[in-house]
Write a protein that binds this ligand. Structure first.
Ligand code: NAP
Length: 255
């Protein structure tokens, strides 16, 4: 079978370290022949992400904090000069640790707005910055979690942000469909990453999944990477506005 992403350029936002889901996605995209562009949030992880980019054979590594319009604007102009994009992976979320540790009822206004801004609104901002770089169509992807639909212990404000993110996927899919840009999300099963470690008692969720998921195991980052290859490739040309679960089937269980 030919490489599924040969000739395509992929922008991946959210590689922080080699445990990041975005890193597994970048590996899968590279394996399938994509040219990679990576971004990192801030100077503090510049060196790490540049080294990871080098090991992946990435063409470019940029700083881009998705809460800063000027950094998104710079990303657009740099990439426009480089011939545009075919696919974008938004793998970004943030909430204050205390909001993943205390009753949801105690969520502060500032903590709620911060989680929404970084984890949901940023998809709108990224879509606006990158859609002009996909003049003949493309694929925009994001990562979500079951906590958007069901109550999971301590996921709290992030569950509400993921619900907004999933609705954002549908509205963007409707707006961008006429431009042949597809918008989808992967709802990944729990994986121990830096972000996941901020959720109190996260290992309890991992244990429950191994006991109750139809496949009786947790999600491998590489499985998320392979689903992302499908959604970035022409194999998914008729798929938009979807949330695809890559979670060993856990989401179908009632008990
Ligand atoms: P991760 O490695 O910590 O990735 C989160 C990324 O978001 C980091 O690269 C982080 O950068 C970046 N980020 C935060 N604020 C940002 C900003 N203002 N601008 C740009 N980047 C920013 O954790 P992950 O688990 O792979 O998370 C990736 C995505 O998968 C998230 O949307 C998460 O909710 C989702 N997801 C994770 C799981 C799971 O169990 N791990 C399950 C389902 C969905 P810094 O590190 O520099 O802050």
């Amino acid at each position: 079978m030919p490489n599924l992403l040969e000739g395509k350029t992929a922008l991946i936002l959210g590689v922080a370290n080699k445990w990041s889901l975005a890193y597994a996605i970048a590996q899968a995209y590279r394996r399938e022949g994509a040219k990679l562009v990576l971004t990192y949030q801030a100077e503090r992880i510049k060196v790490t992400v540049e080294e990871l980019g080098q090991s992946l054979g990435a063409d470019k590594v940029f700083q881009c904090d998705v809460t800063k319009e000027e950094e998104l604007g710079r990303l657009t102009s740099e990439l426009r000069n480089d011939g545009g994009l075919d696919t974008v992976m938004h793998s970004i979320a943030f909430a204050n640790r205390e909001d993943l540790d205390r009753p949801f009822l105690e969520t502060s206004r500032a903590g709620y707005l911060l989680a929404q801004e970084v984890s949901a609104y940023s998809l709108v901002a990224v879509a606006r910055a990158t859609a002009p770089l996909m003049p003949s169509g493309g694929s925009l992807l994001t990562l979500t979690y079951l906590g958007s639909q069901r109550v999971l212990p301590n996921y709290n404000v992030m569950g509400v942000a993921k619900a907004a993110l999933e609705a954002t996927v549908r509205y963007l899919a409707s707006d961008l469909g006429p431009k042949k840009i597809r918008v989808n999300a992967i709802s990944a099963g729990p994986v121990k990453t830096a972000s996941a470690r901020a959720i109190k008692d996260f290992s309890v969720i991992l244990d429950v999944v191994t006991q109750r998921a139809p496949l009786r195991r947790n999600t491998e980052p590489a499985e998320v990477g392979d689903a992302a290859v499908f959604l970035a490739s022409d194999l998914s040309r008729g798929v938009t506005g979807n949330i695809i679960y890559v979670d060993s089937g856990f989401h179908i269980m009632g008990l």
